[in-house]
Write a protein of this length. Sequence first.
Length: 162
Amino acid sequence: MLDELVLKATIANDENLDVLDDVVVTRRLLESDMAHVAARVATQDVLDQLREYVDTMDKLVGDHVAYADHDRAFHDVIMQASGNRIARGVVRALERQVFDTARYMGKPARALRVASNRGHRLIYERIAAHDPAGAAHAMFTHITEAWLVRRNGPDDPVRLRR
């Protein structure tokens, strides 16, 4: 499923969004764990980068392209800080294959970016407080909620329940 052609074809034929739900579940598991680690080991440089991204994204909510670039960079700083190269590689491979699909990205509404950045700010605050459990929970919640807002599927996303 990580093969680019296989995943794109599967997504294109996935009427119930089960595969994209699985991508989100995979991302939230890996990224919440990486946020947990980042909260324990984050240096002041990492905290400064995260704060700068969150503050900049507040100003970019009207520009969905620039916001998306900063959003990915914010998440990448956390993944790098965790030191988990394997998990980061998996998440980045999945991102490359789904971020260019309208079914994953949803409609570029300003209000969605405003809500999304509230989640980013909470993640940053928990990492800055060196609160591993809080950072993991904030990341898990952020990824889940961001997808539920964008998701436009015909059924109840059972795979997302926990």
